[in-house]
Ligand binder design. Sequence first.
Ligand SMILES: [Cu+2]
Length: 107
Amino acid sequence: MRLARASLPAVAALALLLPGNGPPPRTHIVMIEQMHFGTVPSDIKVGDVVRWENRDLFRHSATARDRSFDVDLPAGASRTMVLRKAGAFAFYCKFHPGMTGSVTVRQ
Ligand SMILES: [Cu+2]
């Protein structure tokens, strides 16, 4: 008991020194249905994951206009990607260019 109590501050101090201290990355889902990208969550941060879920019977893609990502989404497939850069990224579907959206990633 005495040992465990004494080591707690040491463990806390170590945690502060480790990289990536802060909230763990979160996964945000963007649904694709009926030829539309669903709502993109507004609270996305660098290091978070976006999971694209294609619920259509068509192949789609989530392709950034600046080419920083290009996710192929066969019919019924889901794919994840990690957002490593802050900024606002407009995206579209390569196969149906009328399908558009944007994702904002905060530091
Ligand atoms: Cu498409």
